[in-house]
Design a protein around this ligand. Structure first.
Ligand code: GLC
Ligand code: CA
Length: 544
């Protein structure tokens, strides 16, 4: 167990993301719930994780599955009660697991009391909690678009004003320029800190300082000022870890966000690697094949750029992204091998790794008929692209490749009905491959991806070089192999990953010829790298 009184305990930690709606249902309503998470804590303890990033469980109309909060200090009833939440925090803590709550500070639901008040009149004290511009019904203040489609402005006739929303119509943006908004949010954060949560994942945090008149969304001029205040008034004081979602982060900005003095955030999620297989200038639906050299060079930039002056979050999957084994691995013949290879590639690096539920089982993407998708983004993009005359088959292909419901299908626990997720009707289809891919099978199989992740997590605790070592990329231009070393004065790691379904000759660098093999996804050794083979070698100067 990690010593969490240490200020930067999270640098040695591995986190696990739970999307509560899809994790475990306990009362047969087809919706995962907090008692379901409590039931599965033993499973998570066995995996070895130190914290849970819990996607939103607050009261919400669920327009965007809880990323539209209508009451920050109440639990969405289908997920459970506040007492369930308190039990979860306590039970997790007893297993050395901190709860990191997902916090949406950029916007609320339009059903939040603040917005309901704001709608009442222009001089209501809450009116200025949101972002308003005068106008007439036909001419929005400008042509900005919401992330989920449509205009970013919605007109309210009885006020003669538009409100601004970077996301859906039902997700009005909070006005961070108003100090009363900020104080209300800090107060709410302290409410949760008092309940014993370990920290927060901050939804689209780089978008809070928007300036709609200048069409600025991410990285607004007051962003760092707001973050420093948030850190000082809410996080540092309570010893909380904070991880910000920042689609607009580059290395330079991330250095500031994650500066070691903790003045802003503990770390950020950046998305540069995630955007490499999308057409430059296009949307995520416009996919192109991944070129391995560009992936390697991207990680190299982040690894070397933040070394000793910031901190990386390491992830390939989350609730907004397709399943990585279907994306950069091989979800057919080499599903298990490639899932393990991708895990090695990521967990070998410096930073705090995040595992998304089911990733440890090698869960895959799903293909559904359009009417079976639930995600509002998928439904909107389908309609918008149809209207633009894009052939339906093409639209569906991009949804299969990138749609957010790929990650949101229910967790696969057993090969029984509905994968053991629910005894009722699941809110989103279960992936039909649960017969083969499920936790019960994985726990019985010593060669499963589950145990492989367990080993990776344990290695990170055992050898300081995983936390501290510098990153040194080998073979930068190679199209097939991702290899790098991690080095401290004492300890050295060599990480080798074959990204292809073919066999490739490979000679280890001389210094590692007699190094110890810590982990591999193949049994016997071989002179060449086999399909999706991954290896971690270790050498300690002090030993030889
Ligand atoms: C973040 C969340 C995503 C949500 C959006 C709006 O990107 O991860 O799920 O839809 O913010 O809150
Ligand atoms: Ca339920």
């Amino acid at each position: 167990m990690l010593d969490k009184t240490k200020q930067d305990w999270w640098k040695s930690a591995v986190f696990y993301q739970i999307y509560p709606k899809s994790f475990q249902d306990t009362n047969g309503d087809g919706i995962g719930d907090i008692p379901g998470i409590i039931q599965r804590l033993d499973y998570l303890e066995q995996l070895g994780i130190d914290g849970i990033w819990l996607s939103p469980v607050y009261e919400s109309p669920q327009e965007d599955n809880g990323y539209d909060i209508s009451d920050y200090e109440a639990i969405y009833p289908p997920f459970g009660t506040m007492a369930d939440m308190e039990t979860l925090i306590r039970e997790a803590e007893g297993r050395g697991i901190s709860i990191i709550m997902d916090l949406v500070l950029n916007h609320t639901s339009d059903e939040h009391r603040w917005f309901q008040e704001a709608l009442k009149s222009r001089d209501n004290p809450y009116h200025n909690f949101y972002v308003w511009r005068d106008g007439n019904p036909d001419v929005p203040p400008n042509d900005m678009r919401g992330v989920f489609g449509g205009s970013a402005w919605t007109y309210v006739p009885h006020l003669g004003q538009y409100y601004f929303h970077q996301f859906a119509v039902k997700q009005p943006d909070l006005n961070w320029d108003n100090p009363a908004v900020r104080e209300a949010l800090y107060k709410m954060i302290r409410f949760w800190a008092d309940k014993g949560v370990g920290g927060f994942r901050l939804d689209v945090i780089d978008q809070i300082a928007k300036v709609p008149d200048e069409k600025i969304t991410a990285n607004g001029p007051r962003l760092h000022e707001f973050l420093r205040e948030l850190s000082e008034k809410a996080f540092v004081r309570n010893g909380l870890v904070s991880v910000g979602e920042a689609w607009g982060a580059n290395v330079e900005r991330a250095k500031q966000f994650s500066a070691p003095d903790g003045s802003e955030l503990s770390m950020v999620f950046q998305f540069e690697h995630i955007c490499l297989d999308q057409k430059p200038g296009g949307e995520k639906w416009d996919t192109i094949p991944l070129r391995l050299p560009s992936l390697k060079q991207c990680f190299e930039r982040w690894q070397t750029g933040l070394h000793n002056c910031g901190w990386n979050s390491l992830f390939l999957d989350n609730h907004d992204l397709p399943r990585i084994v279907s994306r950069w691995g091989n979800d057919n013949e080499y599903r298990v091998a490639s899932a393990k290879m991708l895990a090695v590639m990521l967990h070998g690096m410096q930073g705090t790794p995040y595992i998304y539920q089911g990733e440890e089982l090698g869960m895959t993407n799903i293909r559904l008929p359009i009417e079976k998708y639930v995600d509002l983004e998928i439904r909107n993009v389908y309609q918008e692209r149809l209207a633009r005359g894009i052939p339906e088959g093409e639209i569906l292909q991009s949804i299969y490749a990138r749609g957010r419901d790929n990650a949101r299908t229910p967790m696969q626990w057993t090969n029984g009905e509905n994968a053991g997720f629910t005894t009722g009707i699941p809110w989103l289809s279960v992936n039909p491959n649960y017969n083969e891919i499920n936790a019960e099978e994985a726990l019985q199989n010593p060669a499963s991806t589950f145990y492989f992740y367990q080993k990776l997590i344990a290695l990170r605790k055992q050898y300081p070089v995983f936390r501290d070592g510098s990153f040194n990329l080998l073979l930068p231009e190679d199209e097939k192999i991702f290899a790098y070393t991690r080095d401290t004065e004492q300890e050295h790691l060599l990480i080798i990953c074959n990204f292809t379904a073919g066999s490739i000759p490979f000679d280890r660098p001389k210094e590692f010829e007699s190094a110890e093999l810590l982990l591999s996804n193949y049994e016997a050794e071989s002179n060449e790298l086999r399909p999706y083979e991954a290896q971690i070698f270790y050498r300690n100067e002090g030993q030889s």
